[in-house]
Design a protein around this ligand. Structure first.
Ligand code: HH2
Length: 265
């Protein structure tokens, strides 16, 4: 899943793809590099990010989606917690909603829309919102608690009539988690498969990688690659990344090693 941020303030690529033409060009690059899904985001979710109105979010995302649909049928996901933004994007050809609140911001409205349209839905774990989330990173057992909270989100989605095959789960690296907690989650990533849904992870360029390596945001490729390799080994099926081509190589190598049959003669 290649990230395409249409925001002025995203933590690593804010302001780069503000015009539909620049965004469409980036989409072409991500596809050429081998991305299987494009994730369009029109509201930054980084800690402290300011909220964006529905109108502003729609004004950022719709023209880009329209442009992208002129040249590709690639699955497009939209990173939004607003049902009206999701509704208009799905009507214009988006396929998946990537809800970083795990349906907690919008509740029934988003769930009902996903059920009615049959769209895919990423349920990501987060506590609070960009203003409050860093103060909510208090866990006894972070893996257990994140899994339990995701289970609640899954149960809510199923109760509203969404089917299991529409769902993907995501532990939400960096969302209401300290560096140590992100590492604990990565160490136990295989346990998320107990929830019997495909797992997505979004480590790309995140600050826990910067804290460990001492690297600035645009220098975190190798750190991101290391997390991607571990994630694939631990059963993650979708990686949300900015550098689709390079991380695609990481995945190919890990999968090639996993696929090699050891033959003794
Ligand atoms: N991370 C970000 C945004 N959306 N969605 C999912 N499912 N998983 C993630 O880990 C995830 C996400 C944050 O990264 P980015 O989009 O680069 O930054 P910003 O939120 O500042 O736009």
């Amino acid at each position: 899943m290649g990230v395409l941020n249409l925001t002025p303030d995203s933590f690593s690529d804010g302001g780069r793809y503000l015009s539909p033409a620049a965004a469409a060009e980036k989409a072409r690059t991500l596809i050429h590099e081998g991305a299987d899904i494009l994730d369009l985001g029109a509201e930054s979710t980084r800690p402290g990010a300011e909220t964006v109105t529905e109108m502003e979010e729609l004004a950022r995302v719709l023209p880009v989606l329209e442009e992208i649909r002129k040249f590709t049928n690639i699955p497009v996901s939209v990173d939004t917690t607003k049902p009206e933004v999701a509704r208009q994007c799905l009507a214009l050809g988006a396929d998946i909603i990537n809800d970083v609140s795990g349906l907690r911001d919008s509740g029934a409205a988003m769930a009902d829309l996903v059920r009615e349209t049959g769209a895919g839905l990423v349920l990501m774990h987060r506590r609070g919102n960009p203003q409050t989330m860093q103060s909510l990173a208090a866990y006894g057992d972070v893996v257990k608690e994140v899994m339990a909270e995701l289970e609640e989100d899954i149960a809510f989605a199923l109760d509203r009539g969404i089917s299991r095959d529409q769902l993907v789960i995501d532990p939400g690296l960096g969302f209401a988690k300290t560096t140590e907690q992100n590492l604990e989650i990565l160490q136990s990533l295989e346990r998320f498969q107990e929830l019997r849904l495909p797992v997505l992870a979004g480590p790309s360029r995140k600050s826990f990688i910067g804290k460990i390596t001492g690297r600035e945001v645009m220098e975190r490729e190798f750190g991101t690659a290391a997390v991607c390799a571990v994630a694939v080994i631990k059963g993650v099926q979708v990686l949300r990344v900015h550098d689709a081509g390079k991380m695609g190589d990481v995945v190919k190598i890990v999968e090639a090693i996993q696929g090699v049959k050891h033959v003794r003669t």
